[in-house]
Ligand binder design. Sequence first.
Ligand SMILES: [Zn+2]
Length: 235
Amino acid sequence: MGGRTRRGAAILLAAVTACAPLNQLGGRLGLDPGPLRLADPVDSSTRAKLLVLDRDPAVCRAWLKGEGVAVSSVADRTEGEFCSLQGAVRLGADLGGARLRFSPAAPVTRCGVAAALAVWRRRVVDPAAQEILRAGVSGVDHFGSYACRRVNNAAAGRVSGHARAAALDVAGFRLSDGRRITVVGDWAGNDAEARFLRRVRDESCRVFSQVLSPDYNAVHHDHLHLELGGYGLCR
Ligand SMILES: [Zn+2]
């Protein structure tokens, strides 16, 4: 499906999910995507449902609780002209029955991003590791989420998704057998580690709105930028 078609479908699904009468109409038309559940595979409605959750921190938090995803609250704050944390959460290690240790620290993100990370861990990262590397994923190394800055640290221009904690920069993974995989060291080539990282990049695009890897530009040579909301890019 092309980007425009996918975006159109996402907008339609977001509208269908957000509005009860439309939801009933969508159900009659066979469009009702049903509620988001961690137990379900990622499909064409997953990202739209996450975007709907992201709009309402209270609904989002109730969803996390219902799915057993452990988070703690973070105080709202605004900083400078364009930076804010609103309804953000600190993600614990229990992502709904599946543990994942974030290093160097538990990330603080928008609630919808925490929900997206729980889906991503269960439905993207772990299956890819099991299939390609024959191991589970026990940890994620990251460069952080909230950062009050513009895209690529520029002095002017578009505000980064990091300025509202809508993105996480993933530097690598720790496997249950002790192996470590890094974007900077393992992206190139065609061995199992490289294939795992590229599969994670590709499938992350079905969960997040914007996924940037070393294939995008040199700024991303050492991490995957995973963002919910913002420009739709997958590269
Ligand atoms: Zn980033």
